[in-house]
Design a protein around this ligand. Structure first.
Ligand code: BDR
Ligand code: CA
Length: 314
């Protein structure tokens, strides 16, 4: 199959990031041009390593992985070991990667890719704080008009926040970068907590991964066993929200989701509400639409897609 999506994944793995990367690697419609690591769930030294571990788990060691920002644009780094564990990928024991880390700085790779490929052909799939994209936009603003679409997991409105009462982690960690990205003029899809909190890793779903006869499936089940324990206790649900794979699933099958075009602004001034995404869902301002804001998901179809695709990996 000729790939119809040419993408860069920008990520801070993270167990749920890992599943998103695996879904992309398992999808013949996707050309994964490169993976850019950013500091987020854990520091950059771990996220770049985790990205490579995932590629090797999937049997795709030729994937290009780049390291980017070591910290947010203006604020000190906040991490989430309380959710993801000390390594960011706690759960299974995955061997240290053998595949190399690319020498190029991730924001430069993003710029070079967007400037050298035909305009409107490259999609940015963003699974972590938006620092790398923000830095690329500052260094080379002309990339904005060349991006096909930015699909970013981040924010929350009806669901509130997960790192503060009103802020979602990815936006909270680098709100200045998020504001730059939201206002850059490129088509933007936001996958907020409002939708990811409907995509739960129930026991039944996790067992399907565990029963797979490949290497990836059981490792994924172990990743999810670890990942969901925090949210299960917090929310009292059967399983935790599987945030980041929704980004890849929306790109492949937008018909599994519902949402609408709105204005989303990012709070960057108040410490109390830092990183809040202010979503004009009811159009009470005249601020222009800058995002397609996703709020609904066919979660059974989403997990079916994920299960079928991951079964094809090593
Ligand atoms: C987001 O924060 C991270 O912990 C997850 O990987 C996801 O990208 C959810 O708020
Ligand atoms: Ca993430």
């Amino acid at each position: 199959m000729q790939p119809k999506h040419h993408i860069i994944i920008d990520t801070d793995p993270g167990q749920d990031d890992a599943l998103a990367i695996l879904l992309a690697l398992a999808s013949p419609e996707i050309e994964l041009i490169g993976i850019c690591a950013v500091a987020g769930n854990v520091p950059l030294s771990l996220t770049q390593m985790n990205a490579r571990k995932i590629c090797e788990l999937a049997g795709k060691p030729d994937t290009k992985v780049f390291a980017g920002a070591i910290r947010p644009m203006l604020r000190p780094l906040v991490t989430a070991e309380h959710v993801h564990g000390k390594t960011g990928l706690d759960g299974p024991v995955l061997p240290d990667p053998v595949m190399p880390l690319q020498a190029q700085y991730a924001p430069d790779f993003i710029i070079e890719t967007l400037m050298s490929r035909p305009a409107g052909t490259v999609t940015l799939c963003c699974l972590g704080p938006l620092t790398n994209i923000g830095l690329a936009l500052v260094k080379e603003p002309r990339i904005a008009s060349r991006i096909k679409r930015i699909i970013a997991m981040g924010g929350g409105w009806s669901e509130g926040g997960n790192i503060t009462p009103v802020a979602e982690f990815n936006i909270y960690v680098d709100p200045q970068a998020a504001r730059l990205v939201f206002d850059c003029g490129a088509p933007l899809t936001l996958i907020p907590l409002d939708v990811t909190h409907q995509a739960l890793t129930t026991r039944k779903r996790v067992e399907k991964f565990r029963k797979m006869e490949n290497r990836t499936g059981p490792a994924v089940a172990e990743l999810l066993d670890f990942f969901e324990r925090f949210d299960v206790e917090k929310y009292g649900t059967d399983g935790g929200p599987l945030h980041d794979p929704c980004v890849i699933a929306w790109m492949l099958h937008p018909e599994l989701f519902t949402g609408k075009d709105v204005n989303v602004a990012v709070e960057c001034e108040s410490e109390l509400t830092m990183g809040q995404t202010v979503v004009d869902w009811w159009r009470v301002t005249s601020r222009p639409h800058n995002a397609h804001y996703v709020r609904g998901i066919d979660h059974d179809a989403f997990f079916k897609l994920l299960t079928e695709r991951l079964a094809t990996l090593a």
